[in-house]
Design a protein. Structure first.
Ligand code: C5P
Length: 415
């Protein structure tokens, strides 16, 4: 799809805005105005507490549409039920998303129209949080934020600045142009989604665990976050995704077939069972070595024995196996964590593994990559190197997904 065509299609998009009950609710009026400027049709839901901050009348006037207030309003339900409202929207924006609203969505409540629609929808959801900085930093909110991101919801902000409570810090609703830009990105992705609609992707993620005995094991620090983010980004782009996951603490993402494995050999056989696929992305941190023979019983400490020798044998290389398989996926992507000569080593790895692209990250420059929500990568292909700035792992995933869409639709002009 050309840029002009997709811009044209952006003109008459259908956005459902859910306004939460926070002091920043007044800024949703400007947001509505900017959305209308772009020619988008805007429907709104005001939570019970939002009505304390903005009047339904001003929201109705600016959106030029009816405002939806109560779940059990029979007249409203007969005109447009909550399921229909959830289906009508192409994207749902929650602004401001209060701590309370995020918490209610995180536990899957459906006790008002806003939460019911958010539970009943399969459309992309963008949350723009706004709250006091202590509330944003509270581990309960951190947990809910991670949980919602893990389910595929996207976030814009909060920004840092002066807060309504008189304090300074993170908690300000993102600026309206920032929110509009985030909606734009979601809509563009939505437009290009059909490009991956009939494609199957296999993703490995997380750490493998190799038993030494029934109690001990060999493993590594991989969190699985980058692989899970890629699974979500590809699913959001319409692909069928199979996630073969090693050890991680992340929840299984909704709408994605997730196969839990422990060892490298289990991961390999789970992957081979899923062939053929159109694309394979190996993000898993696979233990290179396993103990030749795991002890059937816990290895005992013997008093005079100062050393213990474990014989290690090499694990199969899943990425190389998929790259050389008779049913080789059309696109095979590997990851490389390097601490020196990033690009040179990644190019060597590209050839050694036989894959098409290597996503390289410099773990020396970016020591916090394990477990962090941020990543800085370079995409290395036969055609060249694209170095990306530091961004969140979800943004990295979205960027790689756009490259994948271009790979499968070379004439599509999607960038
Ligand atoms: O050789 P190295 O571990 O640095 O290569 C990293 C890439 O290879 C990653 O994409 C990783 O998922 C993949 N890999 C694999 N099986 C292995 C080792 C690494 O799939 N046994």
């Amino acid at each position: 799809m050309s840029q002009i065509e997709s811009n044209k299609q952006l003109e008459s998009r259908r956005i459902l805005l859910i306004i939460g009950g926070g002091i920043a609710a007044y800024r949703s009026l400007d947001l509505i105005r900017r959305m209308r400027d772009r020619g988008w049709t805007v429907k709104t839901i005001l939570t019970r507490s939002a009505v304390e901050f903005v009047t339904p009348l001003s929201v109705a006037a600016l959106s030029e549409n009816t405002v939806h207030l109560e779940l059990l309003s029979l007249t409203e339900e007969s005109k447009m039920g909550h399921i229909e409202l959830a289906r009508w929207a192409e994207a749902i924006v929650v602004a401001p998303a209060t701590a309370n609203l995020m918490a209610r969505v995180a536990v899957g409540m459906a006790d008002d129209l806003a939460t019911t629609v958010l539970l009943a929808t399969n459309r992309p959801i963008l949350m723009a949080p706004s709250m006091n900085l202590e509330m944003w930093g509270n581990s309960a909110t951190r947990h809910n934020h991670a949980l919602l991101q893990g389910r595929g919801m996207e976030f814009v902000g909060p920004d840092s600045g002066d807060l309504a409570c008189g304090e300074y810090g993170a908690g300000r609703l993102a600026e309206v142009p920032e929110i509009i830009a985030a909606i734009d990105r979601i809509l563009h992705r939505h437009l290009t989604a059909s490009s991956l609609a009939h494609k199957r992707f296999l993703i490995t993620a997380g750490a493998t665990r190799e038993a030494i005995d029934p109690v001990r094991y060999i493993s590594n620090h991989s969190s699985g976050k980058q692989g899970y983010a890629l699974a979500l980004a590809l699913r959001n782009a319409g692909a069928e995704v199979i996630l073969v996951s090693g050890i991680t603490t992340l929840p299984a993402p909704a709408g994605i077939k997730t196969l839990a494995v422990t060892s490298a050999r289990e991961m390999l056989s789970a992957c081979l069972e899923q062939l053929p696929v159109d694309g394979a992305i190996c993000t898993a941190a696979v233990a290179d070595w396993r103990v030749a023979e795991a002890a059937p019983q816990k290895i005992k400490k013997i008093r005079d024995q100062q050393t213990l020798t474990l014989e290690l044998v090499q694990n199969p290389d899943i990425l190389a196996t998929l790259s050389h398989h008779p049913s080789r996926p059309d696109l095979v992507i590997g990851f490389a964590a390097e601490s020196e000569s990033l690009i040179a080593n990644a190019k060597i790895k590209l050839a050694a593994k036989g894959c098409d692209w290597i996503i390289a990250n410099d773990i020396a420059a970016n020591g916090a990559v394990f477990g962090s929500d941020y990543n800085q990568v370079a995409i290395i292909t036969a055609a060249g190197v694209e170095s990306l700035p530091q961004m969140t792992k979800l943004e990295v995933a979205n960027h790689i997904t756009q490259r994948i869409i271009s790979h499968f639709n070379p004439a599509g002009g999607v960038k």
